[in-house]
Design a protein around this ligand. Structure first.
Ligand code: FES
Length: 142
C-alpha cells in the first residue's frame, strides 16, 4: 500500500500533533522520508491545511530542526497507469524537462476516465498534453 499524507496526519494527530512537538516533528520527518530526503512545498502546504496550522509555522519548525529540509524544486508526477499510458506519451514528453523539475512516474491516479493525468506540485491535471506540460514548466520557471 502506498503512503498517504492524510493517513499520516490522522496518525500523528492521534499522537498529539500539532500541539505535541515530537509528534509534529515525526510527521515532518515521515513526509521527508517518503519524499526521498526533502519536503516538497506542496506537501508542507497540504500538511498545514490538514493540521489546521499556518504553513509558515511548519516551515519555521523545518528550519529549526537540522535533520529536516524543504525541497527547492518542483515535482512533476506522471500517471504511468495502463489507461493514461495508452492515451498519451506524457512520460516521453516530460523527459525534456528532466533537470528543471523532478519527474516521477506514479501508479494509476484513479482518474482513468479523465486521463492522461499528471500532478504538478501536488495539483492534479486531467486530459494533460504536451502544451499543458510546457505551460506548467514555463510558469514554474518565473
Ligand atoms: S491510468 Fe491514469 S488515472 Fe488510471
Amino acid at each position: 500500500m502506498s503512503w498517504d499524507l492524510k493517513e499520516a496526519i490522522d496518525y500523528y494527530r492521534r499522537q498529539g500533533a500539532p500541539g505535541d512537538q515530537t509528534a509534529l516533528r515525526n510527521l515532518l520527518g515521515e513526509i521527508q522520508s517518503e519524499q526521498g530526503g526533502a519536503i516538497p512545498k506542496y506537501l508542507l502546504t497540504a500538511a498545514a491545511e490538514g493540521l489546521g496550522v499556518k504553513e509558515s509555522y511548519l516551515a519555521a519548525i523545518v528550519r529549526r530542526i537540522p535533520s529536516l529540509r524543504l525541497a527547492d524544486h518542483h515535482v512533476l508526477e506522471i500517471c504511468a497507469g495502463p489507461n493514461c499510458s495508452r492515451r498519451g506519451k506524457l512520460a516521453a514528453e516530460a523527459e525534456q524537462y528532466a533537470g528543471k523539475v523532478e519527474i516521477r512516474l506514479v501508479p494509476c491516479m484513479r482518474q482513468c476516465g479523465k486521463g492522461p493525468n499528471l500532478r504538478f506540485d501536488g495539483k492534479l491535471y486531467n486530459t494533460a498534453d504536451a502544451q499543458l506540460l510546457d505551460r506548467l514548466i514555463r510558469e514554474a520557471d518565473r
